[in-house]
Ligand binder design. Structure first.
Ligand code: ADP
Ligand code: ADP
Ligand code: ZN
Ligand code: ZN
Length: 748
């Protein structure tokens, strides 16, 4: 009965009428080079249809509030079950969301305190920082308060007249400035450092009073209360960018002075179990908290305690034992976010669901991946179907079934090139099959350093007094299990000591919704000029904010509908059919193509089309080199994955003057074949004089490093140390480190 999910004639994006049977209640891995069509099949076809069918079960009234899913382009899809997509989208920016709240573990802990805590203060809501009964009244449960950094706001070497108050709305001559300068309380020509303590107090803390400015009465109050009232209590996110930037300079976030960052009121904090209050429990690493919970011997609460320990064990098993429940989810990396989401589902007793993972190995050391594999097998054994888009050989090896897409990317892909078990894939003559046993040899001739970057006595998060030298002019790889301290060292400490560091990571690219590949790289300007010259019209006609643009979508081709609590829904603009421009503009052609046709081209197609234009060729070749050849020119930057964003940043750097680069897992989203290309690019950067430091777990990259650093030995409190520094050859001989062990297997 319904042994397979049946797909017939799928044609989303580049899929060439793909038909296949996916075994139910099994673990299937989808592989293939970037752009081969894995996402088009798994997310845009299977997950999308499952979502759409589920939505159809709601009443039309409710459907109106839900995103609308178009029917995927496929002849037939049968035997689908409810699909749950567990991706790497970061978990929201709301500071009220913590690891504890999102995994429901904090809710269980609250029930425990309500039942067992002394003195007893009643219901579980009394321990919630998101409930008025539990939250600290001063910070409303946020745990921190924005305070004015007077050392930045005020220049004590200046007088009011000389502009001592350094803030845009207080510039000399402004209305606010007048209130202070002509209040009669100060001599406008006196330098602040010469103020008496009374004057200083009046300036910063002064209470509300009336002052007369000419014929007008104005309200006087000190700078601290004024900033508090005007700005600090407002939501910075909703302010104009220049105001927000100005405020970010003069504001410091400090733990709330009343609750000391615990977010809770005194009643909640006074209630203890075995000497610890709930905030102290939430601040423990999960691996320590589980021991605390296990030690509670209270037979009447056995089920509650068992639930809590099981949830905490899941977090540990998935490699997140180093997190604490009070950690804000907005500070988690993409990989950590994905694993936190997974824990939510492990606790569920629902079965016969289809779980879909997008590269779950992201951010994980080979050692962590073994544990991840165990959890994914557990999901399957509970009676679920597990679909995984992955390139990592360690995950490929546990698949019951493999679907390899290819043979190439974009138009050259969209077909199934292998279906079957892992053993068969190793013998298959496909890019994936060949790469499974065709490795580049480990580096035996490391380049010589041209200098060094030293960090001394670094202390941050789990780093305690770490000192290290990073060689310049070579390719260094820093590895270690998740949570060992790699990002803390290289993305926080290093840039603070060496501000010239260029960090190339997966963070969102600044810019608006309007940015796409063509605008961001500057290609659109060149393309518009080509159209203008060819047609003897003004280049501005082809700009998205001109009168030539579709008035409905302002030249985006897309309509964004904001939905509370969810990502905005994106749909094609119906007015222009996604063509972005008025029919008048679309009538202008370049070699027979309209501006819309050109923007629809992939990077590879555009490179062929513009082969005589040197400026465009340079950018397009760089994009193709970093493995982005399949992206279309108009693709909004907001739709790029983290890995694609990082490679776009890399493409823009190629050809620049030598720099010191720090990359954060640049292989994310890359097939083994693309990884080889990436290593070649990193080598190119080094050979042209740059220093390249890469945070990586990928064994192919590790094996090609000139210099290796391993952090560990464990995660969180068990990590934070440098446990190896040396060459690949030295690591292969080192009997102690985890990476050495996996690298030996890899190179064998
Ligand atoms: P993979 O998941 O294997 O990296 P994708 O399924 O994302 O590959 O992409 C396959 C092809 O479809 C690529 O050429 C890509 O540019 C194209 N494609 C993906 N999403 C869209 C989209 N929303 N609109 C148009 N083309 C797309
Ligand atoms: P890695 O990059 O090796 O995965 P990290 O540097 O991200 O490791 O983490 C090292 C330790 O520092 C972990 O215990 C982690 O929970 C902690 N940590 C990282 N970022 C933060 C943060 N923003 N706030 C508090 N703790 C953090
Ligand atoms: Zn507080
Ligand atoms: Zn439009």
């Amino acid at each position: 009965m319904h042994e397979f999910i049946e797909v017939r004639g799928a044609r989303e994006n580049n899929l060439k009428s793909v038909s296949l049977n996916i075994p139910k209640h099994k673990l299937t891995v989808f592989t293939g080079v970037s752009g081969s069509g894995k996402s088009s099949l798994v997310f845009d076809t299977i997950a999308a249809e499952s979502q759409r069918l589920l939505n159809e079960t709601y009443t039309v009234f409710i459907q109106n509030f839900m995103p609308h899913f178009a029917q995927p382009d496929a002849e037939e899809l049968r035997n689908l079950s409810v699909a749950i997509v567990i991706d790497q989208k970061r978990l929201g920016g709301n500071s009220r969301s913590t690891v504890g709240t999102i995994t429901d573990t904090y809710a269980v802990l609250r029930r425990l305190y309500a039942r067992l805590g002394q003195p007893s203060i009643g219901g579980a809501q009394m321990f919630s920082f998101n409930d008025p009964q539990g939250m600290c009244q001063q910070c409303q449960g946020l745990g921190q308060a924005a305070t004015l950094d007077l050392t930045v706001l005020l220049d004590r070497d200046k007088s009011l007249k000389e502009g001592a108050i350094q803030f845009p709305t207080f510039v000399v001559g402004s209305w606010f400035w007048n209130i202070y300068a002509f209040s009669g309380f100060f001599d406008p020509a006196k330098k602040l450092r010469d103020y008496t303590s009374e004057e200083w107090d009046k300036l910063v803390n002064g209470v509300e009073s009336r002052v007369k400015l000419g014929t007008v009465n104005a309200n006087y109050e000190g700078l601290i209360p004024k900033f508090k009232r005007l700005y600090l209590t407002k939501n910075f996110e909703q302010m104009a960018p220049h105001m927000r930037a100005a405020l970010e300079k003069i504001v410091a976030f400090a733990p709330c002075s009343l609750c000391h960052g615990t977010r809770l009121n005194q009643a909640a904090l006074s209630c203890r179990i075995k000497g610890k209050n709930i905030a102290e429990c939430a601040a423990l690493e999960v691996s320590e908290l589980v021991q605390f919970v296990r030690a509670i011997d209270e037979p009447t609460l056995a089920p509650l305690l068992a639930t809590l320990s099981a949830r905490l064990d899941d977090l540990i098993a998935i490699g997140l034992g180093y997190l604490s429940l009070d950690r804000e989810t907005s500070t988690l990396s993409g990989g950590e976010s994905q694993r936190v989401k997974m824990v939510r589902h492990l606790g569920s007793s629902l079965t016969d669901l289809t779980y879909i993972f997008d590269e779950p190995s992201a951010g994980l050391h080979p050692h962590d991946i073994q544990r991840l594999n165990t959890l994914m097998r557990q999901l399957r054994d509970k009676g679920n179907t597990v679909l995984i888009v992955e390139h990592n050989p360690l995950i490929i090896s546990i698949a019951d079934h493999i679907v390899d897409m290819g043979p190439g990317a974009g138009r050259a892909g969209g077909q199934i090139v292998y279906e079957g078990d892992p053993a068969g894939l190793r013998k298959a003559n496909t890019l994936t099959g060949r790469h499974l046993h065709n490795y580049q040899p480990a580096r035996t001739n490391p380049r010589t350093a041209t200098g060094k970057l030293t960090i001394e006595h670094a202390t941050l998060h789990n780093l305690h007094d770490v000192s290290i030298s990073l060689p310049k002019g070579v390719l260094s790889v820093v590895t270690g299990v998740a949570g060992s301290g790699k990002s803390s060292l290289l993305q926080e400490v290093l840039p603070r000591r060496y501000p010239q560091i260029v960090s190339i990571d997966q963070s969102p690219i600044r810019g608006s919704r309007r940015s796409n590949l063509a605008t961001y790289t500057g290609m659109l300007d060149v393309i518009r000029k080509r159209f203008a010259t060819e047609n003897k019209v003004s280049a501005s006609l082809f700009s998205a904010n001109s009168k030539g643009a579709c008035p409905e979508c302002q030249g985006l081709g897309l309509i964004y509908t904001d939905l509370a609590f969810m990502d905005p829904m994106i749909s094609t603009c119906e007015s222009c059919g996604g063509k972005r421009f008025t029919s008048e503009v679309l009538a202008y052609k370049l070699q027979g193509r309209s501006i819309s046709d050109v923007l629809e081209m992939s990077v590879i197609e555009a490179r062929e089309f513009f082969s005589t234009n040197a400026a465009l060729t340079r950018i397009l070749t760089a994009l193709e080199d970093v493995g982005l050849g399949y992206i279309t020119l108009w693709q909004p930057l907001s739709t790029l994955s983290g890995g694609e964003r990082q490679r776009l940043k890399l493409a823009i750097e190629l050809g620049n003057t030598p720099q010191i680069y720090v990359f954060d897992e640049p292989t994310a989203g890359l097939h083994m074949h693309d990884v080889d290309n990436l290593i070649a690019l990193l080598d190119r950067l080094v050979d042209s004089g740059s220093t390249v430091i890469v945070i990586e777990h990928n064994l192919a990259v590790i094996s090609r490093a000139d210099w290796l650093i391993e952090m560990g030995p464990g995660a969180g409190r068990d990590g934070g140390k440098i446990i190896f520094e040396g060459t690949v050859t030295q690591l292969l001989k080192d009997p102690h480190t985890l990476t050495g062990r996996y690298l030996r297997q890899y190179c064998a």
